[in-house]
Write a new protein. Structure first.
Length: 86
């Protein structure tokens, strides 16, 4: 994750992203072509930061499958076998 990104700021970044989307739509409606490119660059940056935060959060909550040992895997551990060798 990029230094300085705070997971607590996810909601604020999402709000900024949503605002940029609305501003791009307005600029397109009004024909402000020069404004659109700058807003799209800002939108791409906000979306990238959100992806980084999402990836960081997903990494923190990844489940690890430790497996469940089968009886045959643990039966021979410690002590004598209850059955005589065949």
């Amino acid at each position: 994750m990029q230094p300085g990104l705070d997971p607590a700021q996810w909601a604020r970044l999402a709000e900024i992203r949503d605002n940029l989307i609305a501003r791009i739509a307005e600029a397109e409606t009004e024909g402000w072509l020069g404004e659109i490119e700058g807003l799209q660059v800002s939108l791409a940056g906000a979306e990238e930061k959100l992806r980084q935060l999402d990836a960081e959060q997903a990494g923190r909550h990844t489940a690890v499958d430790l497996g469940i040992p089968a009886f045959r895997d643990i039966a021979g551990r410690g002590g004598a076998s209850p059955l005589p060798p065949q």
